[in-house]
Structures are given as structure tokens and as C-alpha cells.
Design a binder for this molecule. Structure first.
Ligand code: NAD
Length: 430
């Protein structure tokens, strides 16, 4: 396929209004920053922007021609209707991968996917909100900062975080760990993913092997220097080896695609080429082997927990997969939402993102400045904005994410509206 994946700049409209144009630009953006855009995959192995290319092309064509009083209905990545509504109605209504209750099982999903009746939209791929790794960096940074607050006297300096997976989401871990002040070691089975994170500045070092990695970790810990190290290998094997050697990290988690036993997780003893072949020719064996490796992987995580590490499931279902394969105590590992984010949600603090549809970095800079003035007493927010400016490169359309509380979100939105109005007045008077 000879598609070009890029973003659109400036204020020229290709659609009949900004609301349609904005959504079109967001769709272009998720593919421009996605992991495998030729297959419409944005992240997490199968998180897609549209069901298939004909669906994608039809969505684009519709956004370009529809008027303000119409609503496009998208069902799991496929456009299924354009309805006459009114100019206050949403431009697009969508629902992705609605599998509920007893049907929410991998086998049902694969069967529906094989028949091209469903696609998995992830959290932000299918609804075109993905902004590259920044979105999850903030979430991961927030978790690490909360761990520091709760377990390490507010500081991760000289602390060792062990994790795995440097994919679309997991690739943010090394940067978030460094921003939080820790030494973070990331195990990854795919050379290319390590190279990609080194190239975009999210990962500092690539170790030659595990011993080299441990030497780098040791030196950084002694110097209390924040840094990130990637090492090639299978996470289950390396976690077991570390545990057997009596090495106890301060924090242990994992962000391999353990939620997906066929298209995501890589079992021990298999090369990537073998796994790619098995995905096509022998998915059942692959699934069995993935399960067996996850059992070892989670048992090692439980071992670290018993030895004193802070261990948590970072939203990849690894503890659920292990429990379903017979690890009865897998849920002794807490999930990040329950352990660290729920207390924030309970106070109505949550993620909020904004994107410059005109592709103008200055928009984000001005909003960053505004935010720092607006909430001078919010220390974690001010830290994040200052560090994000310094460390987080923009991918695709410039964007920013921040965790804001109830009332703060409205205050920021009104502030930005005011800034736009004042800017328009300046343009008009010129
Ligand atoms: P991805 O498929 O882009 O990347 C996964 C990476 O793990 C790949 O680079 C793969 O090579 C590597 N990997 C797979 N098996 C491995 C193994 N055994 N050992 C070492 N490396 C291995 O996925 P992603 O977008 O990075 O998402 C990772 C997981 O995080 C998914 O399960 C996803 O659902 C979950 N997730 C969590 C959050 C959150 O907020 N915590 C958000 C989104 C996604």
C-alpha cells in the first residue's frame, strides 16, 4: 500500500466546517503517530483507527462532504449511517468493540474480527484522540509520582524500577521513569522497538546484555542519577533470572501486550519470526505457549512482591491472564487504577488533553504558560508541565495532556476560549 501518513497544517478547510475538519485532522493524526498505519493499527497490537481501508476512506469522504446538521454513525470502525440531526448534535457518534458480560472473551473477539465484524479501538485509537506516547507518559508519570509519595518519602532518586514492553504505550515508561527521578530498566523482545525509543529520545541507553544492564542500573543507583536502560530479551526469562539472583527492584510492573495472547505477547523460546509465522499458521499453539510464559512471568512478579518490591499490573491484563491459567494468587498484585488512580478519580482529578489542529507548537506553548499562571499552587501539575516542555517531544499535531481536577478543566477551557477571542480581535483590528 502506498499511503502517505502525515498531518495537515494551517487554517484552510477541506470540509464544510471546523467541526468536521477537526475530526478529519484527528483521524490523520492517529495514523501519522501510530505504530503500524499501513494496517490502520495505532497501538497495543490491534488498537485501530478504522475497521478496514474501505471504512477509513468512506469516513474521510463523509467528513469532507457532510454538513453541520448531520451526524455520522461509526460502529466499531465502520461507518454505518449518516443521519439528519441538527447543528448542536455531535458530528460523529461511535461505539467501539462493545462486547459485554459473558461475551467479552478473547475467542469471541477473534471470531468476530476474523469475520470483519468488529475492531478494537483501544481507549484513544478508535476515537482518534491518540497523541503519541505523551498521553500515557503522563499517566505513567502520575503513577510513579504517587508511588514515590506513598512508599518512598516523595522521591524515587536512587530507586530501581523494573518493567517490560517498549511498544506504543509501554514505550513511554522509560521517559516517565526518568522524569519521576528513577533508574528504570525495560525488557523488550523486539530490537526495532528498542531502536525506535532510543531514536525518539524516550530511552537513554541500550544495554549489550543483562549483565551490562545491571552494571548500568547499579552505577545510576549509586549516583542517584535518573536514567533509563533497555535490554533485549523475553520479560518472563529475565524477571525469573533476576529473582533467582536475589536482585529485588524497588518497583516492578510490566507493559507487554499480555492482553492479547496471539497478536501481542511473545512466548519464551520463540523468535519474533517464528511468532509471526505461528500467528498465521498455528494460533492455538501460540496461545498455549503465551499462557504458559505469562504464568512464569506473573509468578516472578509475585516473587518480587514477597521479597519487598512494590508490584502492580499496569493495565495489560497480565494478572487476569495468569489467574485464568491457574495462578490463584495473581490478584495479590494490585492493578494501577485501584492502587494509584482511583484515589485521584475519587477527587475528580483526571486526564484532559488539547491538540493544536492548525499544527502550531506556539498554541501549546501559550496554553502551557496560561496553565502555570492559572494554578500556581498545584505542585504536581506545575512539575509535569515544566518537565513535559523539557522532555516530551511532540509527535504529529502538537498536543498536551495534564491531569486536572473538577473546576480546573472548566477554568482552563474558558481561559483558552478567552485567549482565542482576544487573538481574533487582534487579527480583526490589524
Ligand atoms: P504494543 O503491542 O505496541 O507493545 C507491546 C510490546 O511488548 C511490544 O514491543 C512487544 O515486542 C513487547 N513484548 C511482547 N511480549 C513480550 C515479552 N514476553 N517479553 C518482552 N517484550 C515483549 O502495546 P502497547 O500499546 O505498548 O500496550 C501494552 C499493554 O499496555 C497492552 O496490554 C495495553 O492494553 C496496555 N495499556 C495500558 C494502559 C494504561 O494506561 N496503563 C493504556 C493503554 C494500554
Amino acid at each position: 500500500m502506498n499511503k502517505h501518513f502525515g498531518v495537515t497544517s494551517g487554517s484552510n478547510l477541506r470540509c464544510r466546517g471546523w467541526r468536521q475538519e477537526g475530526l478529519l485532522r484527528l483521524l490523520e493524526n492517529v495514523l501519522a503517530v501510530g505504530e503500524d498505519p499501513a494496517n490502520l493499527v495505532v497501538y497495543a497490537a490491534l488498537g485501530k483507527a478504522a475497521r478496514d481501508w474501505p471504512s477509513h476512506d468512506k469516513i474521510v469522504e463523509t467528513l469532507m462532504t457532510m454538513s453541520d446538521d448531520e451526524t455520522l454513525v461509526v460502529q466499531s470502525g465502520k461507518p454505518i449511517g449518516l443521519l439528519k440531526t441538527h447543528d448542536k448534535a455531535p458530528i460523529v457518534i461511535m461505539a467501539n468493540c462493545n462486547m459485554v458480560g459473558q461475551w467479552a472473551k478473547a475467542d469471541n473477539f477473534y471470531e468476530l474480527q476474523r469475520r470483519n465484524l468488529i475492531c478494537w479501538g483501544g481507549l484513544t485509537a478508535g476515537d482518534w484522540q491518540y497523541i503519541g506516547s505523551q498521553g500515557v507518559i503522563q499517566g505513567t508519570y502520575e503513577i510513579f509520582v504517587r508511588i514515590a509519595e506513598r512508599h518512598f518519602n516523595n522521591s524515587l532518586a536512587g530507586r530501581f524500577i523494573l518493567t517490560a514492553g517498549l511498544g506504543g504505550m509501554g514505550g513511554s515508561q522509560p521517559l516517565a521513569g526518568r522524569m519521576a527521578g528513577a533508574v528504570i530498566l525495560c525488557v523488550e523482545i523486539d530490537e526495532e522497538r528498542i531502536a525506535k525509543r532510543l531514536a525518539n529520545g524516550y530511552l537513554d541507553h541500550r544495554a549489550r546484555d543483562l549483565d551490562d544492564a545491571l552494571a548500568l542500573v547499579g552505577a545510576a543507583k549509586r549516583e542517584r542519577r535518573a536514567t533509563s536502560i533497555g535490554v533485549l530479551g523475553n520479560a518472563a526469562d529475565i524477571y525469573e533470572t533476576l529473582l533467582a539472583r536475589g536482585i529485588v527492584p524497588d518497583v516492578v510492573t510490566d507493559q507487554t501486550s499480555a492482553h492479547d495472547l496471539i497478536y501481542g505477547y511473545v512466548p519464551s523460546g520463540r523468535s519474533l519470526d517464528e511468532v509471526r509465522r505461528m500467528r498465521r499458521d498455528d494460533p492455538d499453539t501460540l496461545m498455549q505457549e503465551s499462557r504458559a510464559t505469562i504464568v512464569r512471568h506473573v509468578r516472578a512478579m509475585l516473587g518480587f512482591k514477597r521479597a519487598g518490591s512494590v508490584v502492580f499490573d499496569n493495565g495489560n491484563l497480565i494478572r487476569t491472564q495468569a489467574r485464568d491459567s491457574g495462578v490463584t494468587d495473581a490478584f495479590d498484585i494490585q492493578i494501577f487504577t485501584e492502587a494509584y488512580l482511583r484515589p485521584l478519580f475519587a477527587r475528580a482529578i483526571g486526564p484532559f488533553r488539547w491538540i493544536s489542529l492548525a499544527n502550531d507548537r506556539d498554541d501549546i506553548r501559550k496554553i502551557d504558560d496560561h496553565l502555570l499562571q492559572l494554578f500556581p499552587d498545584n505542585r504536581i501539575l506545575a512539575n509535569w508541565i515544566t518537565l513535559a516542555r523539557q522532555h516530551v517531544p511532540f509527535e504529529g499535531l502538537p498536543a498536551r495532556i495534564a491531569w486536572l481536577g473538577h473546576g480546573e478543566r472548566t477554568a482552563l477551557a474558558l481561559g483558552v476560549n478567552r485567549m482565542v477571542r482576544e487573538l481574533s480581535l487582534i487579527h480583526i483590528s490589524e
